[in-house]
Each structure stands twice: as C-alpha cells, then as structure tokens.
Write a protein that binds this ligand. Structure first.
Ligand code: NAD
Length: 525
C-alpha cells in the first residue's frame, strides 16, 4: 500500500483573504452569482468566484478590443520588453504561484513548481523567435524585377482561450503569451476550480507593463460562458476533453473563425527488449502517476515484451508502493490529490468497471480519504481489454494497465489501436531502432526514453494531437503564427502583365508561354 505523508495541513501564509479577493476582483459578475472556490486538501472555501453573464462577457470583449487597437500599434520591440520583464517576475514569484496552484488543484508541490516554469519557457522562446516570425517577408512577385509580394502578419484581434483545471497556470497563460506578442488581446476562461493561478499570472504581466484591459478573465460553467466567448472571439484556443473540443470546433466552424484544439489522450508506452529497465520503471512512475495521472500526455497503457513482463511488473509495483502521498504544501509528497471528489469517483468507476469485467488490481485501486477528500491510490491493472472503460476511454487518473506483446509489430499495432493520438513513449537502448518504432506510432508527440517532457518542453517544435486528440498545435512557429492573419501585399512597379501596345494577343501568348519555360529553366520562378 502506498505510504501517506502525515503532518498538519497548514495553508501557506501567502494565501490571505485580501490577496485572494484582490485576484478575483478582476472577474466580472454583475448578476452577483458566485462559485465557491475550495482548497482541495481540506474542502474549505478559499474565495467566492464571480460568475460572468453573457453581457459581462460582451463587455470584456469590448474592453479587450479597445486595448488591442493600441497594443497592436506598439512596435514589436516595445511589446517584447513587457515579456522580458515578466519572465523575471514569473520566476521570482514561482513559490507564491505554486501555493495557488496547489490550493486550487490539490497537486503535489513538486508538480506545482514545475508548472510555474512553463510560461517563462514559452516567453523565452518567443522573445528570441518572434522578431523573425512577425517581421515582413518580401518574396518575388510573378514578374521578376518589376513585381514583389510581401507577406505581412496581422494580429487576429481578440483571442478567446478556454483552459482546463489540470495545468491551470500553464494552459491559462502559456497559450496567451504568443497571442499577445503577435499583437492580439486575450479573453481567457479558466475552469472555475482553478481560476486563481491564471489571475495571479495576469497581475504579474500587468506589473511587467502589459496594458490594463488587454488580458480579460471571464468565469462560469463552460456551457454558460462558451457560446458568448466563441461568438465574440476572432480565434479560439481550447484545451480540454475531446467531447468539449468537438462542441467548440463546431461553433468556431459555424462562425468561420480558426481554432486550435488540444484534447485528450490514451497514451501508450512501449518498452523494447533492450530497454534499460530501471530507467523505464522510473519513467513509468512519473508517466502514470505524475500530477496524480492528470496530465493529458500521461501514460495509461504499458506494452512489455513477454521476456520482460514479470521483472518489469515486480519492480514497478514495488516502486509504486514506495511512493509517498500527502496533503502538504512542501516538497515531500511525490503524489498529490485528484482535483475533486467528483473526479475521484469517476476514476474509481473506471477501476470498478475493469474489475467487474475481469481485470485484476495488482496494487492500489482505492480512494484514500485518510489522506484527503479526493486522494486515490496509484493503481496498476492487469488483464484490461478494450471492452472496459479503462481500456478504451481516457481515465485521467493514476491508473495504468500492463499488457504483453510478442513482436514489435504487435506492440505498434496495439499502441495504435485507439481513437486518440496525443503522446507516446518508446524505451530502448538502440536509439535508431527505438526512433524507428516511435515514427510508426500514430501520435502527435512521441518521446524516446522519456515520457513527455523532452517533446513538450522543446518549445521550438510544434506540439499537438492527431486523430481525436486535437487540431493544430502549440509551440514552434505555428504556435505564434496561428494567432495572425497573413496579408499578401503585391506591388507592381510597372504595368507589364498583358499585351504591350501594338502586340497581338497571339504574340503575347507565345511570349508568355516562352517566358514560363525560361523562368523555370533559369530557376527564377
Ligand atoms: P473539459 O473539456 O471538461 O473542460 C475544459 C474547459 O472547457 C473548462 O474550462 C470547462 O469549463 C470548459 N468547458 C466545458 N464545456 C464547455 C462548453 N460547452 N463550451 C465551452 N467551454 C466548455 O476538460 P477538463 O475535464 O477540464 O480537462 C481534462 C481534459 O483536458 C482531459 O481530457 C485532458 O486530456 C485534456 N487536456 C488536454 C491537454 C492538451 O494539451 N492536449 C492539456 C491539458 C488537458
């Protein structure tokens, strides 16, 4: 049984009523309706979060649009200066940010502090890359010398961002950073449960010089807020479940606006015969149970060759049972809570369904109310099939199924036997062979000898899902360019296209076709 770290639950001194009320004061809520935002470890109310009406949301967009008109006129250098300063502020205030993330999400402090690093990493990348991407690019026009075409990047206007609760600070802010750098305003809708850390991040951005009004926050239940938010936005960035992503994509499509959808996964890990087993076991511990299994890129299916199955299972079970779980605000616990009692019950229902249909629990499988209201043990299952919820749907908790394979072809086929395609992990010491397997997995991200960080933290490379795991990507050049419209400005210095005075149309056609061939041969066009 997994160990519990005991100790008195002491809320961090930073989380005073005044501080929390100051944060939520930014959220419009003219109806007076509020949502009780609670500390996950204790179930106690931290603050009453205003709920925004459709009229509040429209007003927020109007304010954002007014601020954006000015912001988009700032030279890029001046906009970037804000993020250079913000980078330092985010790092210097990481511990306070971690206090908020932990209180609202229940994750352990190790994960909370890692989460605080994501927005600065995104800032750092685009501080370097944005000048190249956003500057005008002059290209050759159709007729050499006398014509040019210039690619100009215009901001879309106001970007609507809808964020989930599992990485509230990262998903609430990291996707906003390139949108703002590109000259847009942002209206973000965080999950009600986890609105505090993004609100704090926005206050830091404003301390760094971001104009007031440019970054708005609206709150409420998704179906109440979503339609008005999408109908007022020029682009939508959504992170959340595949089911909600479909609703968002449909509405964006009807409005003829672009959207990026970062959705769920059922991510496989393939251990090859030559893998370093101890490293693979350590990787699996983080992959399956990091953030208490509430990472979109975490592992829910492990595929092992027959020859390694038993030894991997024994080491993995022993390492899992040695994990320390706890409701504390220090760096002790390796595992934190699930986000809510509702979510704990959903995770438990996947385990119960699997057991009822013939799967075996090798370790874990139980709620741990002795540690905190929403704690659930890290759970390893055997004998899971696709007929079980845990075999086909995203569980999004600390539950993993071990599976055997005979050949590498079988392993790849099993890994691909899912509607999802967000992340995968392949372990082997022959790197070329492991990478060859990685390329055969239908997944937007694949990590060799790692679970997720190597791909996800490479901010220069786009990261997104394929199949039912998403549309579009964050990071990389497209993570910034998606927030822009391209404008093609063509300039003709002299009117030369068409027959010249006195030239017959037949002669003009002959000359035009000849010049096409010539330009091809000389590689001019
Ligand atoms: P969710 O889809 O229930 O909610 C996500 C957000 O959408 C929340 O803010 C919610 O209030 C809002 N929402 C819900 N219904 C809505 C509607 N009809 N219109 C507009 N907004 C609506 O997802 P969740 O349970 O909060 O988050 C967990 C899911 O997110 C998992 O599936 C996980 O894999 C996924 N996720 C994906 C990534 C990624 O990058 N691919 C990252 C983190 C989480």
């Amino acid at each position: 049984m997994v160990q519990a770290v005991t100790g008195e639950l002491r809320r961090p001194a930073s989380l005073t009523d005044e501080f929390l009320e100051g944060l939520v004061a930014r959220v419009p809520g003219t109806s007076g309706a509020t949502w009780k935002l609670t500390e996950v470890y204790s179930g106690e109310v931290l603050v009453e979060l205003p709920q925004s009406t459709p009229e509040d949301i429209e007003k927020s967009f109007a304010k954002a649009r007014a601020a954006q008109r000015e912001w988009s006129q700032w030279p890029l250098k001046k906009r970037l200066k804000v993020f250079r300063k913000a980078h330092g502020l985010f790092v210097d205030n990481a511990e306070t940010t971690a206090d908020l993330i932990q209180a609202e999400s229940g994750k352990n402090r190790r994960m909370a502090i890692e989460e605080t690093c994501d927005p600065p990493m995104v800032m750092s990348h685009y501080l370097k890359r944005a000048p190249k991407l956003l500057g005008p690019t002059t290209r050759g026009g159709p007729v050499p010398v006398v014509s040019t075409s210039t690619e100009i990047r215009q901001p879309k206007g106001v970007v609507g961002i809808i964020a989930p609760w599992n990485f509230p600070f990262a998903t609430g802010l990291s996707d906003a950073i390139p949108a703002l750098i590109a000259g847009n305003a942002v209206v973000v809708k965080p999950d009600n449960k986890t609105a505090l850390s993004p609100l704090y991040g926005i206050s830091l951005l404003e301390r760094a010089g971001l104009p007031k009004g440019l970054f708005q926050v609206v709150c409420g239940e998704g179906p109440d807020v979503g339609p008005t938010l999408i109908d007022n936005a020029n682009y939508v960035m959504f992170t959340g479940s595949t089911a909600t992503g479909r609703t968002i994509g449909e509405r964006a499509g009807r409005n003829l606006i672009g959207c990026c959808l970062e959705l769920g996964g059922k991510n496989p890990m393939i251990v090859l015969e030559d893998a370093n087993l101890d490293e693979a076991v350590q990787g699996a511990l983080f992959g399956c149970f990091g953030n208490t299994g509430q990472i979109c890129m975490h592992i829910e299916r492990i595929y092992l060759p027959d020859t390694l199955y038993d030894v991997f299972r024994d080491k993995f079970v022993a390492a899992t049972e040695a994990l320390r779980m706890g409701a504390t605000y220090d760096y002790g616990p390796e595992l934190g809570s699930l986000v809510s009692v509702d979510h704990r019950d959903r995770v438990a229902s996947h385990v119960e369904d699997a057991v009822a249909k013939g799967a075996r629990v090798i370790t874990g499988g139980r709620a741990r109310p002795d540690v905190g209201p929403a704690f659930f043990e890290p759970t390893i299952l055997e004998g899971v099939t696709k007929e079980m919820l845990a075999g086909s749907c995203e569980t999004f908790g600390p539950v993993v199924a071990l599976n055997r394979y005979r050949t590498v072809d079988d392993a790849v086929a099993l890994a691909n036997d899912t509607d999802y395609g967000l992340n995968a992990s392949v372990w082997g010491t022959d790197l070329a062979a492991a990478e060859a397997v990685a390329r055969r997995v239908q997944s937007g991200n694949v990590n060799v000898n790692d679970i997720l960080a190597t791909a996800y933290a490479s901010k220069g490379t786009p990261s997104g899902g394929v199949k039912q795991s998403g549309v579009g990507a964050r990071h990389g050049d497209q993570g910034l360019l998606k927030y822009t419209d391209v404008q093609n400005v063509g300039v003709l210095k002299k009117q030369v296209m068409g027959p010249q005075p006195g030239q017959t149309y037949e002669a003009y056609v002959k000359q035009m076709l000849m010049s096409l061939k010539l330009m091809r041969r000389l590689r001019i066009r």
